[in-house]
Design a protein around this ligand. Structure first.
Ligand code: SAM
Ligand code: SF4
Length: 332
């Protein structure tokens, strides 16, 4: 079958799947405290997710990432992963990964490994328990650190995602670098993105990573690595520690040229770009027909609409978010 290639010649071979919009945390930059979640009937069943993911694999998708909301609060998610692993076993898929807040890892880490997961991303913005509680509102740092330890014990490689937040964790980047180096985790810093209404003003928290890098360079030697992973992160090596550090800079550096991904929401909407509103309703196609040829045609039609890129801005004149939906809807 032909690969999925968009109008700008980019091959789409990476699908991120939000398996639920629900979460056991309420991170300040991601959600408001009072969220209304989707009714169950709107959400794709695990079988429906499998059918869409399999359609993508048939068209050349090499990597699946499950996200959310918090993917590990969706009942049956490990079974879904175990089922999808047949594509890894057959060689059609390179890997299935997960982005998680880590709260449920003690419970699920070894099951995830047994289901075929080898690498996960865990979001962790601070190592200070009080700040952690402030950022996540409902989370407990101790539980997440224990979850990360469980992941490591289970043999999972852990990458830590840290959203850089002015006045909240910008003084902790060195601490986080030292902690990740000591524990053998990679670290990626992320700029906060204007997605969905939250309870505070994002401009107050927006910290351009260029400034973070300049600051790090006063204490460390950073070497740009050409070796990219195909994702939006740009990596440097910190000479003094040998550690790799990634930067995801949707605002200060637009990384759309190399974009190889699309995102499926928990309701089966396929977003062609994290920062644009256009989506294709794959759930309607799924529920209308058993014919995978029609589903296949829907994928082609959707990919033909993939936009060139996003145009995020965060400043005080642009009060409204760039897109109305939260990151937990599209899947981070
Ligand atoms: N609940 C899981 C977690 O937190 O890892 C997966 C979903 S979460 C939406 C995925 C990633 O998006 C997390 O690393 C989170 O920090 C990040 N994120 C959420 N809202 C964001 C925003 N407005 N800007 C930048 N990153 C955001
Ligand atoms: Fe939940 Fe992840 Fe959003 Fe935090 S960033 S509220 S953990 S979905």
């Amino acid at each position: 079958m032909l690969p999925l290639i968009d109008p700008f010649g980019r091959t789409v071979d990476y699908l991120r799947i939000s398996v639920t919009d629900r979460c056991d945390f309420r991170c300040v930059y991601c959600m408001s405290e009072n969220m209304t979640f989707l009714p169950k009937s709107e959400v794709l069943s695990l079988e429906e997710i499998d059918r869409i993911a399999t359609a993508f694999v048939r068209r050349g998708t090499r990597k699946l990432r499950l996200t959310g909301g918090e993917p590990l609060v969706r009942r049956g998610v490990v079974d879904l992963i175990a089922r999808l692993s047949r594509h890894v076993a057959s060689g059609d898929l390179d890997e299935i990964t997960l982005t998680t807040n880590g709260s449920q890892l003690r419970k699920f880490a070894s099951d995830l490994f047994a289901a075929g997961v080898r690498r996960i991303n865990v979001s962790l913005d601070t190592l200070d328990p009080a700040k952690f509680a402030k950022i996540t509102r409902w989370g407990r740092l101790e539980q997440v650190l224990d979850g990360i330890a469980a992941a490591k014990e289970a043999g999972l490689h852990v990458k830590i995602n840290m959203v850089a937040l002015k006045g909240l964790n910008d003084d902790e980047i060195d601490t986080m670098l030292a902690w990740t180096a000591a524990n053998g985790h990679d670290l990626v810093l992320i700029e906060t993105m204007p997605l969905g209404a939250i309870d505070e003003d994002r401009a107050d928290r927006y910290l351009p990573l260029k400034a973070v890098r300049r600051d790090l360079e006063t204490r460390h030697t950073l070497i740009d690595l050409i070796d990219q992973t195909g994702g939006p992160a740009r990596y440097v090596r910190i000479v003094e520690t040998g550690q790799r550090l990634g930067f995801i800079t949707p605002l200060t550096h637009n990384f759309c040229e190399g974009c190889n991904r699309v995102r499926l929401t928990a309701t089966g909407q396929l977003f062609l770009c994290l920062g644009q509103d256009d989506a294709a309703d794959l759930r309607a196609v799924l529920r209308a027909t058993e014919d995978n040829g029609i589903l296949d045609a829907a994928l082609d039609e959707a990919i033909s609409r993939k936009p060139k890129g996003h145009d995020f801005v965060i400043d005080r004149t642009a009060r409204a978010p760039a897109v109305a939906r939260h990151m937990s809807v599209t899947g981070g």
